[in-house]
Design a protein around this ligand. Sequence first.
Ligand code: ADE
Ligand code: ZN
Length: 323
Amino acid sequence: MTDWRTLPKTELHLHLEGAAPPDFIRTLAGEKGVDLSSIFDENGAYDWADFAAFLRTYEAACSVLQGPRDFKRLVEAVLATSSAHGVIYTEIFLAPSFCGGGDKGAWAEYLAAMVEGAENARASTGIETRFISTAVRHMGPEAAARDAQVTVDVPHPMLTGFGMGGEERHLTAADFARAFAIAGEAGLGLTSHAGEICGPESVGDTLDHLGVSRIGHGVRAIEDPDMVARLVDKGTVLEVNPGSNVALSVVDDWDSHPIAKLRDAGVKVTVSTDDPPYFHTDMVLEYEKLAEHFGWGLADFNAINRVAMEAAFCDEPTRQACL
Ligand code: ADE
Ligand code: ZN
């Protein structure tokens, strides 16, 4: 089997809190005297049964990430792992809601700490990082607009995008148009989760109302040939997370994952890990599975990484350096 570890990779879809190793969260819980035993299974892994339970476990784990120092440590730990898996350029979702609850002064402190963590990681491993500020959909449109506003009020060259994750079944994309307009007018790159838990209509709504150039997941577009054609026509880039989709039962198994069909249809697909410890995955494992189930090899992965770098929310010198 090919060893994909050393292949230079671009990852566009990684949630900072969702990348926290269980031991990292357990240590913080111990330091803070918080009993989080209910979110871990008997093997010490994160415990959840379906998407709603995943979001609950995720937010419980976030409750012990309590200050800029915790987030700086987390950025360093996550980037060390990414770099060890061959990632040379990564975009990480940060959530102002988990970093001071949308307060501008607090967010500025958290962001400065996370930037410092990413700069330390670049100095020690060479990994290049950009941050995507992210609204949490089930916290509602007001919180999303507030998150967008604090994001544009505290600009930083390393923070280049705005996105939205969370419970896709909550409201519709149009309800979040104001948040995306605030971020888009400030020149941030835009992406939103859609077509993961909900079907192709959610992808269409997101394209109609949020002005995104990329979609997080988007894989359920495959259920509607017209939506696939629309993605091809617009050149929308999908941040696909196959292992996440298998773990969350968005698809039955690896063989039925639509990533190869979408790519063959002309959709721009990329590969990321979403929340690796929750889904027992990493970038090397994703590549191994794609090679095993779809016969992808070096030329395919190089092409996928080129698509990702071309869609990255970064300046041209950075893009050229990573291509
Ligand atoms: N937040 C973290 N991971 C997510 C996912 N897979 N879908 C929606 N929101 C998320
Ligand atoms: Zn995600």
